[in-house]
Design a protein. Structure first.
Lengths: 306, 357
C-alpha cells in the first residue's frame, strides 16, 4: 500500500472532469422536473448528443460546433418526448424509457462510420499566471471551457429559479399546473421548453464523454451515466448547489476507487465499485422520510380541459 | 378460428421452407460479447467470421449477435441460434462457458466451440490462443522503455486468462529491467470506454509511463495519446490507428484459419471435440508491427524473443520462478505445463497487491 502514489491535485482535477457529464445531464433534468415533468430518457439523449457532437466535431474540425450540435441533437430527441407526453398525453415513465432505448439504437446507427476516429481536441483555457498558483492552479485553472460552463450553468439555474419571474413561473407550473393555467400561463409550452432545455443539457453532457473524457466514439459509451444523473436530481432534492456537490461526490468516488486500486490498497474492489449506488439508495431512503421537496405535479399529465 | 389456422399453417410452411433451404448451406453462428466495432476482441472474431464467408462463399451462411451479456441472456441467444438451424456455433467469451455447456446438452447435433474456456463435452470444443506469449514480448518492450519504472496494467476480470497475461508480462519486464513495478487496476468489465479511459488516466497520474490493457476498447490508447509520453500496446487487435505512438506494438488474435478449418470439418463430418491452444508458432497470435518509437536494439531483442517463442525453443514460463508468497513455482529450466497455465490463479514473485477474490 502506497498512498503517496496518489497525487491529490491530479485526483481532484480528474474528478472534476469525471463529474462534468453528470452535472450537465442532471441540471437539465432538474429543470425538467421542476416544471413537473419526469423524463427518464436522459441516457438516450446523452448518447445521442455524444454521437451528434462527435460526428459534427470530426466533420467540421471544431469541438465547439460539436457541442452545439450535441445540444441540438439532444433537444431534437427530447422533442419526441415532449410530443408524446404533452400533446398526446402519453405516460411519462413509459415514454422516457422508450426514449432511452430509442436513443441507444439511433446513436449506434448514426455512429457506424465513426468508430476508431480521433476527434479534434478542445484546448484547455489558458489562464496565464493563474495556472501557476500552487495547489489551486492545477486544480481549478487547467480545464476546458465546457467544464466551467457546467459550473456557470448550475449557478445560473439556481439564480433563475430563485430570483426571476421566469423561474417563478416554471416552479408554479411544476407545483400546480391547474393554478398556473388558471393564471393564463401556457403550461404545455413552458413544459416543452423545459424538456428541450433538459435534452440540450443531456446532449452536451454526452458529448463531453465522447469528445473530452474518453475521447472517441464507441457504441453504448455513456454506460449508465444518464441513470446516475436521474438519481442525482433526487439526491440533491431538486436544489442546484446540492446537485453540484452530489456530482462531485459521485465523480470523486469513481476516481477514488480506481486510484486506491492503483495504489494497492487492499479494499475489495466490488464494494468500492458499487459505493456510488449504495450512497444514492441511502440518500433516497433518508430523503423519503421528510418529503424531500419534489415538485407537487411531478409526473402528472396536464390537459387544459381537466 | 379458420383464419388463425391458416396463419399457423403459413408460418409452419415458411419455417419448413427456411429449414429446407438452410440444409444446403452450413450455417455458422457467432455470439459476441461486445459490438463488432469495438476495435479489439470482438472486431477480430468478426474478421474471422468474414473470412469464413469469403472462403466458403455460397456454401456457408453466417449469423452473429453482438453485445451479448455473459450469463443467462447468452443462453437465450445460443438457443435461438440453434433453433434457427445453426450447425456450428462459436461462443467467443469466457463468461459463456456454462451457458454453452447447458445449451449444447439440449442440441446434441449442433457443434459448439467455446473460446478461452476449459469445459468440454461431446459436442463442445474449446479453443484459445496463447496470448501470454505476446504478453512476454510486451513485457520486454515495456521494461526497456519505461523511464519511471512503473508499468500500469488494466485488468478486466481476475480469471486465469488475465492473470496469466499479467504474470508473463511481469516476468519479462523484470528480466529487461529489475527495478520495474506493476500497478494493476481491475475494471470489472470487458468493454466500457469511459471506465477504461479513467483507469488509464489514474495509472498515468500515479506515474505509469507504460500502460498494458486487457480490456477490449481503444479508450486507454486515446488516454495515453493525450498524456503524450505514455507507451501502450494494441489488445486483441492491432489498434493501428494509434501507431506509431503511443501504440508501439500489439497482440493480434487471428482466428480466421481456425474458424475456416472447423467449418470445413463440420462440412466434411469430421468434427470432433477437443481443445486447441495455439500461439505465435501456429499463427493464432500475431505480433503487430513494432513501431519506430521503439529503439532498434530493443526491437531486435523483441523479435528474437518472438522467434524463440514461435519455434518452441523458449517458453514464456521458464524457471526458476517463485509464486508471490515465495513458494517455489518452477525449478531452474522447468517450464509450466498447460494445466497449471490454464488454471493460473496466483501472481508470480515480485508483483504487489492481491488478486481480488
Amino acid at each position: 500500500m502506497d498512498l503517496s502514489a496518489i497525487n491529490p491535485l491530479l485526483f481532484v482535477a480528474g474528478f472534476l472532469v469525471a463529474a462534468t457529464p453528470l452535472i450537465f445531464a442532471a441540471i437539465g433534468e432538474l429543470v425538467v422536473e421542476k416544471s413537473g415533468t419526469l423524463n427518464l430518457g436522459v441516457e438516450g439523449m446523452m448518447i445521442t448528443g455524444a454521437i451528434c457532437g462527435f460526428a459534427t466535431a470530426v466533420e467540421t474540425g471544431s469541438p465547439l460546433l460539436g457541442f452545439a450540435a450535441a445540444a441540438v441533437g439532444g433537444a431534437a430527441l427530447s422533442l419526441l418526448f415532449a410530443f408524446l407526453t404533452q400533446i398526446t398525453l402519453a405516460n411519462q415513465v413509459a415514454s422516457g424509457l422508450a426514449l432511452t432505448l430509442f436513443g441507444l439504437g439511433l446513436s449506434a446507427l448514426l455512429g457506424q462510420s465513426y468508430v476508431g476516429i480521433k476527434p479534434p481536441r478542445l484546448p484547455d483555457i489558458n489562464f496565464g499566471p493563474l495556472a501557476d498558483i500552487p495547489v489551486i492552479g492545477p486544480i481549478l485553472f487547467t480545464h476546458d471551457v465546457i467544464l466551467y460552463l457546467g459550473i456557470i450553468l448550475v449557478a445560473a439555474t439556481w439564480a433563475v429559479l430563485k430570483f426571476t419571474r421566469a423561474g417563478l413561473i416554471l416552479r408554479a407550473v411544476g407545483e400546480s399546473h391547474d393554478a398556473a393555467h388558471a393564471l393564463g400561463y401556457k403550461v404545455v409550452r413552458i413544459r416543452t421548453l423545459a424538456i428541450m432545455f433538459g435534452g440540450a443539457c443531456a446532449g452536451i453532457g454526452g458529448a463531453y464523454i465522447s469528445l473530452i473524457r474518453v475521447p472517441q466514439w464507441t457504441e453504448g459509451m455513456t454506460a449508465g451515466i444518464g441513470w446516475i444523473a436521474l438519481a442525482l436530481v433526487v439526491f440533491a432534492s431538486w436544489k442546484p448547489w446540492r446537485l453540484l456537490l452530489g456530482a462531485y461526490l459521485f465523480g470523486g468516488i469513481t476516481q477514488l476507487q480506481l486510484n486506491l486500486q492503483g495504489a494497492g490498497v487492499a479494499i475489495p474492489v466490488e464494494y468500492l465499485a458499487m459505493s456510488p449506488y449504495v450512497i444514492t439508495i441511502i440518500v433516497l431512503v433518508v430523503l423519503s422520510r421528510h418529503k424531500g421537496g419534489a415538485p407537487a405535479c411531478l409526473g402528472r399529465t396536464f390537459h387544459a380541459s381537466s | 378460428m379458420k383464419f388463425t389456422k391458416l396463419l399457423t399453417g403459413a408460418v409452419l410452411a415458411l419455417g419448413l421452407a427456411t429449414t429446407a433451404m438452410a440444409q444446403d448451406k452450413t450455417k455458422v453462428g457467432f455470439v459476441f460479447v461486445g459490438p463488432v466495432g469495438d476495435g479489439g476482441w470482438t472486431y477480430e472474431h468478426n474478421k474471422g467470421r468474414l473470412a469464413v464467408e469469403e472462403h466458403f462463399g455460397d456454401k456457408v451462411e453466417t449469423v452473429f449477435v453482438e453485445s451479448v451479456a455473459e450469463g443467462p441472456d447468452s443462453e437465450r441467444v445460443m438457443t435461438q441460434m440453434a433453433l434457427n438451424g445453426a450447425d456450428l456455433i462459436f461462443t467467443t467469451s469466457f463468461g459463456y462457458m456454462d451457458p454453452t455447456i447447458n445449451v449444447a446438452k439440449k442440441f446434441p447435433n449442433v457443434k459448439f466451440e467455446h473460446a478461452t474456456g476449459y469445459k468440454q463435452a461431446e459436442n463442445v470444443a474449446t479453443y484459445s490462443a496463447r496470448f501470454y506469449e505476446g504478453r512476454a514480448i510486451q513485457g520486454h518492450i515495456a521494461g526497456k522503455m519505461t523511464k519511471s519504472n512503473i508499468i500500469g496494467y488494466i485488468g478486466s476480470y481476475p480469471i486465469p486468462e488475465v492473470i496469466r497475461g499479467i504474470n508473463a508480462a511481469f516476468i519479462h519486464a523484470r528480466k529487461a529491467n529489475p527495478d520495474v513495478q506493476f500497478k494493476i487496476v481491475w475494471a470489472y468489465t470487458w468493454f466500457d470506454p469511459a471506465k477504461e479511459a479513467d483507469a488509464a488516466k489514474v495509472l498515468i497520474e500515479q506515474g505509469a509511463d507504460v500502460v498494458l490493457q486487457h480490456t477490449d476498447s481503444t479508450a486507454p490508447q486515446a488516454a495515453a495519446q493525450e498524456a503524450g509520453n505514455v507507451v501502450t500496446f494494441g489488445q486483441a487487435s492491432d489498434m493501428g490507428q494509434y501507431a506509431p505512438f503511443p501504440r508501439v506494438s500489439s497482440i493480434i488474435d487471428d482466428w480466421a484459419p481456425y474458424y475456416i478449418a472447423r467449418t470445413q470439418a463440420v462440412m466434411d463430418g469430421t468434427w470432433t471435440s477437443g481443445n486447441t491452444w495455439d500461439g505465435i508458432g501456429a499463427g493464432m497470435v500475431g505480433i503487430g508491427k513494432i513501431s519506430d518509437a521503439v529503439p532498434a536494439d530493443v526491437k531486435a531483442e523483441a523479435l528474437l524473443l518472438k522467434a524463440s517463442l514461435a519455434d518452441g525453443t523458449y517458453h514464456a514460463f521458464t524457471g526458476p520462478l517463485n509464486k508471490q508468497d515465495g513458494t517455489p513455482f518452477l525449478a531452474e529450466g522447468e517450464v509450466a505445463d498447460d494445466g497449471t497455465l490454464a488454471g493460473m490463479n496466483f501472481y508470480v514473485e515480485g508483483i504487489e497487491g492481491d488478486i481480488p477474490q
